[in-house]
Design a protein. Structure first.
Lengths: 110, 112
């Protein structure tokens, strides 16, 4: 099993602040995905990064895949209360399933 | 139209009982999954089915038995429920070639 370590585990910030969430592994992944999960709901895909060094932007969210394809980061600029949720990184496992990191729980207060 | 739907949303039961969770997807996907999310929000794969055939069975007790009557359905039956089975169970589906997974809203199982 390819383990994914996420940090920080919890993050509580005020509206307007910037933040970065990290996802690290000792294994190489062909791709990494980021999901966001809101309370009472299932995870929803935000982005997939495939190429080493790739940077993808989704409005105020910037995702980066490490050059060696072992790590990824998610940066949120000017966080808003609507960004509150559990952020999960995931890499491909066997049988088309996903191995998930343990998640970063983000709370953005007004 | 909900893409991946699970029933029930909540399930409260006594230890030792047998229960089932149903999952249906209307996305035309060929692969379906069951994941378990524990109290610390760790999401772990339990089973993976492709075209109704089991392709992953992680270290899950054999009290858990998935059943896929067709490509659009993957149900989870649990025998002799234990306290440690309390968790949120998520069904998901994907198209094998893409591996973008679509999750249901989860079933919160509480074993008393």
């Amino acid at each position: 099993t390819q383990l994914l370590e996420q940090s920080p585990q919890f993050l509580s910030i005020q509206e307007g602040e910037n933040l970065t969430v990290y996802c690290n592994s000792s294994s190489v992944f062909s791709s990494l995905q980021w999901y966001r999960q809101e309370p009472g709901e299932g995870p929803v895909l935000l982005v997939t990064v495939v190429t080493g060094g790739e940077v993808k932007k989704l409005k105020r969210l910037t995702f980066q895949f490490g050059d060696a394809r072992k790590d990824s980061s998610l940066h949120i600029t000017a966080a808003q209360p609507g960004d509150t949720g559990l952020y999960l990184c995931a890499g491909e496992a066997s049988g088309y399933a996903l191995n998930f990191g343990k998640g970063t729980s983000l709370l953005v207060t007004p | 139209d909900t893409a991946v739907s699970q029933t029930p949303k909540y399930l409260v039961t006594q230890m030792g009982n047998d229960k089932s969770i149903k999952c249906e997807q209307n996305l035309g996907h060929d692969t379906m999954y069951w994941y378990k999310q524990d109290s610390k929000k760790f999401l772990k794969i339990m089973f993976s089915y492709n075209n109704k055939e089991l392709i992953i069975n992680e270290t899950v007790p054999n009290r858990f038995s998935p059943k896929s009557p067709d490509k659009a359905h993957l149900n989870l039956h649990i025998n002799s429920l234990e306290l440690g089975d309390s968790a949120v169970y998520f069904c998901a589906s994907s198209r094998r070639a893409e591996n973008i997974q679509y999750f249901g809203a989860g079933t919160r199982l509480s074993v008393l």
